[in-house]
Design a protein around this ligand. Structure first.
Ligand code: SF4
Length: 306
């Protein structure tokens, strides 16, 4: 069937195959790398009425095809379907269902909601130190409501956005907690608090902290240090054992680099430290340190074995 040819990239190829379990009836080209094969695309276009492009993210191939699929013999441009002409949604991830619609197939029958399985949103592990940190932070910041703003970052602790914590207002990208807190402080927001994990801090929070120091901003940066990269399964974290020295090296005053241990019995002390550093007119860092309980369990089991 040469009514259309299909160019599918990456995961979109799987969506295409899922919709044609007995084989795709149209000529189809699977693209797995760049630069994409222009000659093959031209060859396909010469024998098809239209080309449907299935690709995740930005319509890179679709845009480039628009400039090259001209048939000088027929004196015609091949019609290109995809994200740019509305055949597929312009934004968001592709799904087997939206690909199905683009292929002109009838929708699959949707299952009704399960009456047995209850939806369960993701949550921090029970006993996780981030829980204790957010609990203490929430209590400490009550006094500064409604002006206090907390900017968080990417890691397990992003789940502090969810109930019951609802501890922060933004999470944009790795390292943005610190620079957004700086921007907020510069525009008069107080208290401006950043919450970032130890791995994210060494990945892209250190430069922001240096900016805070250079600006002499009133920002409180809380590094929730679980001594690992918890979100991705417990890989080593680049700054383990050296966070205080790193912060000192970046210019934070040593007396405003505080370390707390997030445990329920320490809540009063944690809240006191948070109050003190919020009220310091300058850059302060609170390192909240307790090992991720998942890696702690693994380490305990390994030690027992040894
Ligand atoms: S994996 Fe570790 S850091 Fe992540 S939520 Fe669980 S205990 Fe906390």
């Amino acid at each position: 069937n040469h009514r259309m040819g299909i160019i599918a990239c990456g995961i979109a190829w799987n969506y295409l195959m899922e919709n044609f379990p007995d084989g795709c009836p149209y000529p189809a080209l699977k693209v797995t790398r760049y630069p994409f094969p222009k000659a093959l695309a031209r060859e396909m276009a010469a024998s098809c009425d239209a080309i449907l492009v299935l690709e995740e993210g930005q319509p890179l191939i679709e845009e480039r095809l628009r400039g090259i699929l001209y048939d000088p013999e027929d004196r015609r441009w091949t019609k290109i379907l995809g994200r740019l002409d509305g055949t597929l949604p312009r934004t968001g991830e592709l799904t087997p269902d939206c690909v199905r619609e683009a292929l002109g197939l009838p929708p699959v029958e949707a299952y009704s909601k399960s009456k047995v399985a209850v939806p369960r949103p993701p949550a921090l592990c029970q006993g996780c130190g981030h829980r204790d940190f957010y609990t203490a932070l929430n209590v400490a910041l009550k006094e500064y409501a409604p002006t206090a703003r907390v900017f968080s970052d990417i890691g397990c602790y992003t789940l502090g956005y969810m109930p019951p914590f609802n501890s922060f207002q933004t999470c944009v990208e790795m390292g943005a907690s610190v620079t957004m807190a700086l921007g907020a402080a510069n525009s008069g927001v107080w208290p401006a608090v950043a919450v970032i994990g130890d791995s994210t801090f060494t990945h892209s929070g250190m430069t922001g902290l240096l900016d805070c120091v250079n600006a002499g901003a009133s920002v409180t940066v809380c590094i929730s240090d679980n001594l690992t990269t918890g979100m991705t399964g417990g890989q080593d974290s680049a700054g383990t054992g050296r966070l205080e020295e790193i912060c000192k090296g970046l210019g934070v005053e040593p007396e405003h680099i505080r370390t707390i241990i997030p445990l329920p019995k320490n809540y009063p002390g944690m809240e006191k430290v948070i109050h003190e550093e919020i009220n310091y007119s300058g850059v302060s860092v609170i390192i909240c340190r307790r090992e991720c309980i998942q890696t702690a369990k693994r380490h305990a089991a390994a030690n027992k074995k040894a």
